[in-house]
Write a new protein. Structure first.
Length: 341
């Protein structure tokens, strides 16, 4: 059994486009941390029982019941076979040395009970981002064409991007800003519901904006929570601010969402109750609050669009099997989501 080598794995949870890659890349520089080097969607979903495709495209959700002993062990073995430390050195597969494993993919927002059964002593870091900026970034991701996870999703008129929520069929014909809002809402609502069923000392909530504004303090707090050593090699990596993550689309600007204020404003009423709940938890851990307020001036001055945004507004030719996967994994399509589709 490989369970014994994974000592208190650290799992990052977030909605898509919340900065989880930036946090992952930062924490991967911690002494004693081991990762698989990138997101785990293919590692998990290439096991048929855990595959969204084999499950009939229901969603990316996995439950505790899905983690039967045989397939759970198979997944842990897959993780073990790919482990590297911060210096890029591979884990000795003949070793029984314990590792602190860092894992992340936004799809895991729908898999907390599954992950809890897979790793019963896991710690969870929940990264949450202001809904206006986050939903705006989700829209950008859809339009970029670089985050397409299911280009040929059966029954969907468009090329699906990012994670697949339960009951996604209800989003057919919806505007892109509505789909993006739904993805933000489902991710965060599911995360907070499932985390609050765990012991409070097993999870920590972080506001993305504080990570950007106060990286030294936030990373120090995370290391203290997880029992990690913030050594000089780690602190040197962000002493001049956090570097851009590999999946950054444009230069970061916390007011970039202003250009979409007229699209975002009608969606804020849909997330108000959830934001209030999230703020209660953020307040309990001295984190900045989220807001849904959008000034009328911003709405009026936002650049109007000539037509409604739809998931297929950004039309690109079919993906070649030898071309880079649109999801941004830096793998060929045939080696990544081409296998899942």
């Amino acid at each position: 059994m490989t369970t014994r080598i994974f000592n208190r794995p650290i799992i990052i949870l977030s909605a898509p486009r919340s900065g989880s890659t930036l946090l992952f890349e930062t924490l991967s520089k911690v002494k004693g941390i081991w990762t698989i080097g990138d997101e785990s969607h293919a590692v998990i979903e290439h096991i048929p029982k855990f595959s969204t495709v084999f499950r009939g495209f229901e969603s990316n959700a996995l439950t505790a019941d899905d983690a039967d002993d045989e397939n759970a062990e198979r997944l842990r073995q897959r993780f073990k076979s790919m482990l590297i430390n911060r210096d890029g050195v591979a884990y000795d597969q003949d070793s029984e040395q314990e590792v602190r494993f860092l894992e992340k993919t936004p799809k895991n927002s729908l898999r907390i009970p599954f992950l809890n059964k897979l790793f019963p002593d896991a710690l969870f870091i929940y990264l949450v981002r202001d809904p206006k900026a986050n939903i705006s970034s989700i829209i950008d991701a859809w339009q970029s064409g670089h985050f397409r996870t299911y280009p040929n999703l059966p029954g969907f008129a468009g090329k699906w991007s990012l994670f697949l929520p339960p009951n996604w069929q209800q989003l057919r014909g919806k505007k892109l800003e509505q789909i993006a809002t739904h993805q933000w809402q489902v991710s965060n609502a599911t995360i907070i519901k499932d985390l609050t069923s765990l012991a409070a000392n097993r999870w920590k909530m972080i506001n993305y904006q504080q990570l950007i504004d106060q990286p030294e303090q936030v990373v120090k707090d995370i290391c203290q929570f997880a029992g990690l050593d913030a050594d000089e090699q780690l602190t040197d990596s962000y002493k001049n601010g956090l570097p851009l993550s590999q999946y950054t689309l444009t230069t970061p600007d916390k007011n970039k969402w202003h250009k979409k204020a007229h699209l975002l404003a009608p969606q804020m009423s849909q997330v108000g109750d959830l934001v209030a709940s999230l703020n209660e938890h953020l307040g309990n851990c001295q984190q900045e609050q989220l807001t849904t307020d959008i000034a009328q001036q911003l709405i009026d001055s936002a650049k109007p669009v000539s037509k409604a945004l739809t998931p297929s507004s950004s039309v690109q030719p079919p993906v070649s099997r030898n071309s880079p996967c649109p999801c941004g994994s830096n793998k060929r399509y045939k080696q990544c989501h081409g296998q899942l589709a």
